[in-house]
Design a protein around this ligand. Structure first.
Ligand SMILES: *[C@@H]1O[C@H](CO)[C@@H](O)[C@H](O)[C@H]1NC(C)=O
Ligand SMILES: *[C@@H]1O[C@H](CO)[C@@H](O)[C@H](O)[C@H]1NC(C)=O
Ligand SMILES: *[C@@H]1O[C@H](CO)[C@@H](O)[C@H](O)[C@H]1NC(C)=O
Ligand SMILES: *[C@@H]1O[C@H](CO)[C@@H](O)[C@H](O)[C@H]1NC(C)=O
Ligand SMILES: *[C@@H]1O[C@H](CO)[C@@H](O)[C@H](O)[C@H]1NC(C)=O
Ligand SMILES: *[C@@H]1O[C@H](CO)[C@@H](O)[C@H](O)[C@H]1NC(C)=O
Length: 381
């Protein structure tokens, strides 16, 4: 289709949506998107999109037997080949560290992260929504707690909207978490935006924090953290979303804004981490021997920008991010093809919501989003 001026784009776009008689935008490939716009009252534009789908991986389903020896737990191999290959192995590092170096005065239990606690499992729900999901397990053994963690290999996420479709089930005395993490040797300079579910807490409360939430003197920094009431039990499947923006962190459950913290919002590039753990302390709870708790995830979706040790290649079109080995498209010419995953009916797949940002005067301007909303409203009339 060849359009000669922006006005004809607009008219043709409206005519096409009117014809489909629904707010259906055209599905598109990520490669055709210059940027991705998020929804809500604080919409932002991101350059990149990733989707990790654990729903149809029955060939990799395998629940490893619990390992009761800490050293063996530490040395366990990956639960299946899924974790040894792309896309997992390119994006996530499954962890095997333990806390033996930092069991301070608080009588912490030995906690060992084990590759055997991160696995693909068959969905045995009564009316299953998927064939499989990813499970993170933490278990109290006789002498220690085994735990589960995976960290993003890129450390260069610089603002994002991260979503997971997940639930937390099992015994009291553990924490499931999804968070951004910026390391520092000084605990007071660590930067984190945290979602933490404590299984000792009621199923309608979740703790959200821009870390650090303790001062040098050990007092709680109350502006840094919120114990929020959420509209759906964390034991049930729901979409947990964190929007880490330059001025605020906002968390959503099933699209509902449940917490926003502007204090101490992380500033610098960070990793994204998921874990399920316990150290037997007051904060995590103290799990009963032989018990276990699980975070189960059907999918993870990331909309993000990244910064890092970037260099531009000779043709000036591709940025090779040295730190992450990811190649990202440069957006020097702005965002013409604006995509959304929120407006899509198919989880993980983008739709095109505006095909020439020049129509709305300006690149990455909030007006770009207003245009998209206008089309949606029009189509629903
Ligand atoms: C989220 O809710 C808080 C508290 O009601 C409000 O102050 C904030 O503006 C909301 N943020 C967004 C992005 O909706
Ligand atoms: C992401 O990067 C684009 C391009 O540089 C920029 O326009 C946009 O505002 C950034 N998003 C956020 C949330 O910083
Ligand atoms: C804990 O980690 C240390 C340092 O990596 C390692 O030497 C030790 O074997 C680990 N302990 C267990 C029980 O896995
Ligand atoms: C959060 O609030 C609930 C309900 O009042 C309470 O039971 C729970 O202990 C609180 N959690 C934290 C971490 O303060
Ligand atoms: C946790 O429980 C164990 C017994 O299961 C006990 O030895 C330990 O002191 C408890 N820790 C805390 C912090 O209460
Ligand atoms: C944003 O999109 C999500 C789906 O990704 C949806 O659940 C939520 O209700 C939408 N929020 C708004 C304010 O439209």
């Amino acid at each position: 289709m060849a359009f000669t001026n922006p006005r004809s784009y607009l008219l043709a776009g409206l005519a096409m949506t009117a014809l489909t008689k629904a707010a259906d935008f055209q599905e598109t490939s990520d490669n055709d998107c210059d940027c991705f716009v998020t929804n809500g009252t604080d919409a932002k534009y991101f350059t990149s999109h990733k989707f990790y789908d654990f729903r149809s991986l029955s060939q990799y389903a395998n629940v490893p037997e619990p390992i009761n020896d800490p050293q063996d737990s530490s040395n366990a191999p990956p639960a299946s080949d899924y974790f040894k290959q792309s896309p997992w192995a390119d994006s996530w590092g499954t962890q095997a560290w333990n806390n033996s170096g930092n069991q301070d005065d608080e009588a912490k239990l030995l906690m060992v992260n084990s590759l055997s606690n991160v696995y693909i499992e068959k969905n045995r729900d009564q009316d299953p929504e998927s064939d499989t999901f990813l499970t993170l397990r933490t278990m109290r053994h006789d002498e220690f707690q085994s735990a589960a963690e995976f960290e993003s290999i890129p450390m260069s996420y610089h603002f994002l909207s991260a979503r997971m479709y997940a639930r937390t089930v099992g015994a009291k005395g553990a924490i499931s978490a999804m968070f951004t993490y910026r390391k520092s040797d000084d605990p007071n300079l660590i930067q984190e935006a945290d979602l933490e579910i404590r299984t000792i807490d009621p199923p309608d409360t979740i703790q959200y924090t821009n870390q650090p939430s303790y001062s040098r003197t050990g007092d709680t920094v109350s502006q840094a953290t919120q114990n929020a009431t959420v509209p759906r039990s964390w034991e049930e499947w729901s979409v947990h979303r964190v929007d880490w923006h330059p001025k605020t962190t906002t968390w959503y459950v099933d699209g509902q804004n449940v917490s926003q913290i502007g204090f101490q919002t992380p500033r610098d590039p960070a990793q994204v981490i998921f874990n399920m753990w316990s150290e037997g302390t007051v904060w995590t709870g103290n799990m009963t021997r032989g018990d276990a708790a699980y975070m189960q995830i059907q999918w993870i979706e990331l909309l993000y920008n990244s910064t890092g040790d970037a260099t531009t290649n000779s043709n000036g079109n591709v940025r090779h991010d040295v730190e992450t080995k990811h190649v990202v498209k440069r957006k020097n010419d702005g965002c013409k093809m604006v995509c959304s995953v929120d407006e899509s009916h198919k989880i993980g797949t983008a739709v095109l919501v505006a095909n020439d940002a020049s129509l709305v005067k300006g690149v990455y301007s909030p007006l770009g989003f207003a245009f998209a909303s206008f089309v949606t409203l029009f189509a629903m009339v």
